[in-house]
Design a protein around this ligand. Structure first.
Ligand SMILES: [Fe+2]
Length: 350
């Protein structure tokens, strides 16, 4: 709502009457005070948009009154009424008290109306700007709350999705593992060993966890291998070995082409590569073999040696480690094996 309240401060009742008469056609609420003190009191207690003050008043002059008025209500638009003869002397005060404008006696009704109307327009424009600014700030606050809620919701849903994906991966790994080891313990042991080796290699806990998680998919391609080969209690024939070796490419294919599963694909495809290039399926050597796969190779062979399989008994720990040491630089990346032995001594991998 527009403010139209005008306060006239003048010690001359005649001047106040004249001003009121000349402004009677305008839609203002006009109040008056006969001194600076009375004007300030009224200003404090009322919602005034514009003050028009005479300069020459006893006790408190107009400049002093307007300066104090500015301190009390900085937004109130201030106009000084002064005689033409005193205008020059009053200019310093006018500038100092930052008045909106001044009227010189005698004033014309047009100058009076124009100055007062301009002052109200200025006042109401400033108030409207403040209102809009406040509204924008409130709306921004609301928007921030909505954004925050949305972010929380997206985060929650993302966690749910990630959990669902993880469960899916575990289910698939367990399904593949069931043909080999119905307890499903093998994949969790590989996961633990892989995590420990990654951490000992200096990878962050997040990265170690990620590689370890995908390590459980290393043998997912065994879903395609007949039980007669997987569970054969004795040595495999050459033909059976050829079939067995296809589990690497089969696993790599099962894991599709999404970037999310890139590490899982590398592990599934390359965990039977050898450091010396005599592995399968691609005959990669050295660090051309993806690092996660080289890590899983160590974890997988160690687990195979130290646990019973249909075709062999579990090896004692010392014998398994001695065998692996002999294969350093042949099957295993020597650096990774060194790290593995170090954490074995500390009793981390079991
Ligand atoms: Fe394998």
């Amino acid at each position: 709502m527009l403010n139209r309240s005008l306060l006239i401060v003048d010690d001359e009742p005649n001047t106040i009457s004249t001003l009121k008469r000349q402004l009677r056609r305008e839609s203002y609420f006009i109040y008056s005070a006969n001194s600076g003190d009375a004007g300030l009191k009224f200003l404090k207690e009322n919602d005034i948009g514009v003050v028009l003050s005479d300069l020459m008043m006893p006790k408190m002059d107009g400049i002093t009154f307007l300066e104090i008025a500015r301190q009390i209500k900085p937004d109130v638009v201030r106009i000084l009424l002064t005689g033409y003869g005193t205008l020059k002397n009053a200019m310093d005060g006018i500038n100092r008290s930052q008045v909106f404008g001044y009227l010189t006696k005698p004033w014309s009704p047009e100058a009076l109306s124009g100055t007062i109307e301009g002052a109200f327009q200025h006042y109401n424009l400033v108030q409207e700007n403040k209102r809009l600014q406040k509204l924008t700030e409130e709306q921004n606050k609301q928007l921030n709350i909505v954004n925050e809620n949305l972010e929380n919701l997206v985060h929650e849903r993302t966690l749910e999705l990630e959990e669902a994906v993880r469960e899916g991966v575990v289910m698939l790994a367990l399904a593949a593992e069931a043909k080999d080891d119905d307890t499903g313990e093998h994949i969790y042991r590989i996961q633990r060993s892989t995590r420990d080796i990654c951490a000992a290699l200096g990878k962050s806990s997040k990265e170690s966890e990620r590689i370890a998680f995908f390590s459980i998919m290393h043998d997912v391609g065994k879903i395609h291998i007949p039980d007669s080969i997987l569970q054969k209690p004795g040595p495999l024939t050459v033909e059976e070995w050829v079939v067995m070796q296809t589990h690497c490419i089969a696993g790599w294919k099962i894991l599709g082409d999404k970037p999310f599963y890139q590490t899982a694909r590398e592990i599934a495809r390359s965990h039977h590569e050898r450091w010396d290039g005599n592995g399968y399926p691609d005959g990669l050597k050295w660090d051309l073999i993806p690092l996660p796969a080289r890590i899983v190779t160590v974890a997988d062979v160690f687990d195979a040696l130290t646990h019973e399989r249909p075709y062999k008994k579990a090896w004692p720990l010392e014998e398994a480690l001695a065998e692996m040491e002999m294969l350093s630089g042949k099957i295993f990346d020597p650096e990774i094996l060194k790290v593995f032995f170090r954490i074995q001594k500390k009793g981390v991998c079991l």
